[in-house]
Ligand binder design. Sequence first.
Ligand code: ATP
Ligand code: MG
Length: 801
Amino acid sequence: MNTLFDLPADGPAKPRHTDLLDDLNPAQREAVTHAGSPLLVVAGAGSGKTRVLTRRIAYLLAERDVHPGQIMAITFTNKAAAEMRERVSDLVGRRANAMWVSTFHSMCVRILRREAKTLEMSSSFSIYDSDDTKRLITLVARDLDIDPKKYAARTLAVHISNLKNELIDPDTAVADAGNDLERRVAEVYVEYQRRLNQANAFDFDDLIMRTVELLQTFPDVAEYYRRRFRHVLVDEYQDTNHAQYTLIRELVGTETNEHGIEPAELCVVGDADQSIYAFRGATIRNIEEFERDFPNARTVLLEQNYRSTQTILNAANAVIARNPNRRAKRLWTDSGDGEKIVGYVADNEHDEAAFVAGEIDALADKGEADYSDVAVFYRTNNQSRVFEEIFIRLGLPYKVVGGVRFYERREVRDMLAYLRVLANPEDTVSLRRVLNVPKRGIGDRAEAVIATYAERERLSFAQALRGAVNGEIPLLNPRSAKAITGFVELLDELGEVVESGAEVADVLEAVLERTGYRAELEESDDPQDASRVENLTELVTVAREFTEFTAEVAGPDGELPEADPGVPEPGSLPAFLERVSLVADADSIPAADGGEDGDGHDAGVVTLMTVHTAKGLEYPVVFGTGWEDGIFPHMRALGDPAELAEERRLAYVAITRARKRLYVSRSMVRSAWGQPQMNPASRFLDELPAELVDWRRLAPSSSSGGFGSSGGSPRAATTWGSRGGGSTSSRSTSTSPFGKGWKDTVALKLDVGDRVSHDKYGLGTVVACDGAGPRATATIDFGAAGKVRLMLIGSVPMVKL
Ligand SMILES: Nc1ncnc2c1ncn2[C@@H]1O[C@H](COP(=O)(O)OP(=O)(O)OP(=O)(O)O)[C@@H](O)[C@H]1O
Ligand SMILES: [Mg+2]
């Protein structure tokens, strides 16, 4: 066996923890102790799946003599990861560090760093995020003369990503391409992949796909990991896609290999009703077919919920029950009904945010909840802004998880690009990003000349730049050549700083200083530039903390526990970049910076986040906002049953995050593209059983009408009906409070196929009609302006042709 994890038992005698099973129910206990064959735990939200995983790891160590280094756990939340580590450290002390607890992406990065040479990459590779990917695809498409109006970079990127999630390599994509789009995509894919290799970079999807390739192509590599990881545990299995599923299968193996290595023990937990990543290729097939994929598998069902009140569970059950083709299951708890759900219909999004802020304050005043007990959910990141504005105004402490992320800001990306070039000189996307930043007289033309030269001579962009210094590029004018020489010298100088072993923060300081980047911002009059300087200061702080954190892990003697060849040297520049790249993948890792305990439960701070980000988490008080058709469910889903089912699962996730109190709200009017737009109630609101909801307000205040002041708003068409009442009813009855009081004054009657002319969007064709009376909407294809769904009530600025 490998010495890596065959360590002498150091420290005190290992404690035996039979009480590990005490606070589990019989089914959970079975899942924790099951041995000898693959295990699937399927259960609804809050039934203790994640707890089972954590406890199982503790049990493996305490009762089954497993070494931490033999365990690989894949989780989606920092909270679960931290809890696992903590439990394991309680049992075995610092040896806990030998356990791998990570997301799919960071696990793959660790493997790829270690095995890069096998794939003919260098272990200092860069990780391209979606923005880098789009930049590179734009460059490739331009070079291949692809019309960006016909095939936008974003579209090409989505298609390439889908291919990768299905593990289809470029050659196969070319061979299988059946139509013009597929041929174009395949063509771009081939060249894009070539350039990624040349730039010594992986994109996010590559991290998974290339690791699978590695394990499938090199049996000895696969065997190394199979020997090493005897236990693989996966949380949120319903959100794995084909590539991730294959990765797990390659890692654990399905049969004993020729060297007698048996498959590793696999334990996965999931809930088909919480599958919310279909757009990234996730498929519940992986849960449904588990027993077929892994012979002799055992399945354990958990039914009791320990998180929420029965009221919240009844709401969740009622909503998810509307989805077709699901296995019926009902969540129950013995903790009682608890409070009713509170509903609120706001005039507009500002009113909605004010309601939320007011409630939070009231709960805090009454001592019923701390700020940190509260989470506010919305469907898409851009919805956070109104909440932020009002929270700032009221001095309510909050934190946005995800959102316009720190690491996506221009100045932060610029600095990271410099660091990436220093760590990996072949990183073309980063190099071209900073080539003329700050401006140093290397214009677009010079860049194009170098790119063409590189292409012709089959050199990397970095090599071509050096060629320019030596005067090898005739088309380059002397002024540009001189500027390039200065730039190359600057990079060499900064390279020496890195070589000298300086801390990452000091390298960063050197870059800010010597490139003149900071000076340029400081001299600017633009107030935005002042905040850019602040962000850069913050980045230096992040780097500083990173080094300190590494020192802490290393202990006072500077010795690190269990050095692992898959990990860049702790504290080094590549280690820093790796952490940043993966943190920036915020869909899977909520914590975007230091200073929080990992799951967003900051001390004394309200958490704002999208429902996607909230997966796996729980809060005593949850506000579900923007429950409007077209917002949640998302506009995109309205005409598509599969997407609608996914949105409903998202609603189920949102509801089941709440432990004690749940609020749902919507607003009558919300501005979109600077225009007030009427939004009908979310159908998910109608699906909540009436007796569970206490409607604080059913209709907007009549004075404001909530429509803002712009003309063209459907004010004239509305009369508001009675308030209160508090009873909701199903969609089929016309007295639903969400439509209550609307007069059926439909201005336009449209059918699919009708041609229309809209004041703002121009000519279009109706592709779908939904709802009747006040809920009537039409989805209209306006060609270049895209598909838009419009309410047909009131004075619509549109005529039928
Ligand atoms: N047997 C139990 N006794 C008491 N509390 C429990 C028990 N099992 C789980 N819990 C608690 O119930 C809550 C939900 O558990 P957990 O987060 O593990 O559920 P989950 O199935 O992973 O939920 P999700 O589907 O949302 O990921 C947690 O606070 C957990 O500590
Ligand atoms: Mg969980």
